[in-house]
Design a protein around this ligand. Structure first.
Ligand code: SAH
Ligand code: SF4
Ligand code: F3S
Length: 442
């Protein structure tokens, strides 16, 4: 028997890339590859890249440079670039870094077996098409026997929103929903392999409208209610949502579906109507606040998370203060915030840029407010009993770590032996740290 080849995959960017990396590993498993955690051991190295901000994209080239000694030591080593940088830069990657053998965009992963074979034949392989077929329908992926208790499941890809700052519509293509039957089948397979929590993924996941079992379009809420029927699946999450697609049936599901967790990532980007308009967000600060009110009316304890961009072109101090005011009104339990990064080819790249020092200053103030809110909401958890799904052992001996319904990381000392990975148990929160909570089993 031929010795299995080893594949090392490094993943950058969003959860969708995490999901795709797993699928790529499975597809290449069919080509005789097994996974390795050690790049020096690998016969193929795949970087699954992110293009969302300049730093993310530049990281790829510095990482590729670092691989040169490995390639020198092993001329048979194949190096591939997948993901959003592959889509955005295509052949340019091979020009800039000749050690790259393979470039594959996010919608072409089902073609990896042919591309891999071409590299073995000594050719350079490139595929950045947007094929008409759904890659997941054509991926002969062989799922792993045993899975961690929490898994991602991509249900929708691409984006038609064209926010003025964002590369996603260009790197991932048009918005496409996978058929519900396929998703439900995959969910059942995951549950059969030990998964108890599924996070549905999409760049605009709440715009999901895949074909339902009877042929008619199904909404994300419809899909969630179908998942709710799967025995053994205990928790459902979804990300990322756009305010404009927060349909009534989805808000209602947050109030009535026990498996749907009380956490919602709902990016707003800015609290200034002038900037929101310039961003092409097609919602206002007030419509977002009204939406949050409706969501909280359905599920009062829901934890809201958001994304913010500061220093978007033409953002004034007054615009920035509007964002701060919005944050104070919402109270975020979790947030991701970024300095605007110019992305070539997007409309905002052409506009008057904000002084980088001013932007840094705003980011600092914004993050201070957001971490203060995060800390307050974490402190509110102290004394409460919450459900925690245990995912792994902790850093300290005997410690187990899991996630609460609200997605807080929770450590429990001395729990090893009392709870197993995948168990969902009531935990009383006893203290709050920087990015996690500590609790004890009830
Ligand atoms: N589809 C999701 C977000 C995808 S990108 C949504 O619409 O919310 C994740 C986050 O990266 C965005 O929410 C935004 O805050 C940030 N981001 C995107 N493009 C950016 C840019 N050019 N500069 C800085 N941050 C950016
Ligand atoms: Fe990017 Fe806007 Fe689409 Fe989100 S909704 S992926 S920010 S274009
Ligand atoms: Fe990055 Fe592409 Fe995800 S640009 S954030 S990896 S969709």
């Amino acid at each position: 028997m031929e010795k299995p080849r080893k594949l090392y995959v490094k993943t950058y960017g969003c959860q969708m890339n995490v999901y795709d990396s797993e699928r790529m590993g499975e597809v290449l498993g069919g080509q005789g590859y097994i996974a390795t955690e050690n790049p020096a051991d690998a016969d193929m190295i795949l970087l699954n890249t992110c293009h969302i901000r300049e730093k993310a994209a530049e990281k790829v080239y510095s990482e590729l440079g670092k691989l040169k000694p490995l390639k020198d030591a092993n001329p048979d080593l194949k190096i591939g670039v997948a993901g959003c940088v592959a889509q955005a830069e295509g052949e340019e990657i091979m020009r800039r870094q000749p050690l790259v053998d393979l470039v594959v965009g996010p919608q072409s992963y089902h073609r990896l077996p042919q591309l891999e074979a071409a590299t073995r034949a000594g050719q350079k392989a490139l595929d950045t098409d947007f094929p008409a077929e759904d890659k997941f329908d054509h991926m002969d992926a062989r799922p792993k026997a045993r899975r961690a208790p929490a898994a991602f499941l991509t249900v929708q890809e691409g984006c038609d929103k064209f926010c003025a700052f964002c590369v996603v519509p260009y790197t991932r293509g048009a918005e496409v929903s996978r058929p519900a039957t396929r998703i439900l089948q995959e969910a059942r397979e995951l549950v059969d392999r030990g998964v108890r929590e599924i996070t549905l993924l999409g760049q605009n996941v709440n715009a999901y409208h895949g074909a339902g079992p009877n042929g008619a379009d199904m909404s994300l809420a419809g899909l969630i209610w179908e998942l709710d029927k799967i025995d053994g699946l205990e928790r459902i999450r979804f990300t990322t949502s756009h305010p404009n697609d927060m349909a009534d049936d989805l808000i209602e599901a947050h109030g009535s579906c026990a498996k749907l967790m009380p956490y919602l990532h709902l990016p707003v980007q800015s609290g200034s109507d002038r900037i929101l308009k310039r961003m092409n967000r097609s919602h206002s600060a007030q419509s977002y606040l009204d939406l949050i009110d409706r969501i909280r009316a359905a599920r009062p304890d829901i934890l809201i998370s958001g994304d913010f961009i500061v220093g978007f072109p033409e953002e004034t101090d007054a615009d920035f203060e509007d964002t701060m005011a919005l944050i104070r009104k919402v109270r975020y339990g979790q947030a991701f915030s970024f300095k605007y990064s110019t992305r070539p080819g997007t409309p905002a790249a052409e506009r008057a840029q904000v002084d980088p020092d001013v932007a840094s200053d705003r980011l600092y103030r914004l993050q201070e407010l957001l971490s203060q809110q995060q800390a307050e909401i974490q402190n509110d958890m102290v004394g409460r009993t919450v459900n925690v799904m245990f995912e792994k052992t902790g850093r300290l001996p005997g410690q187990m770590v899991g996630k609460s319904d609200y997605l807080h990381a929770v450590h429990v000392a001395g729990a090893e032996g009392q709870v197993a990975v995948g168990d969902i148990r009531a935990v009383k929160i006893i203290s709050s740290g920087r990015n996690s909570l500590a609790g004890e089993l009830v």
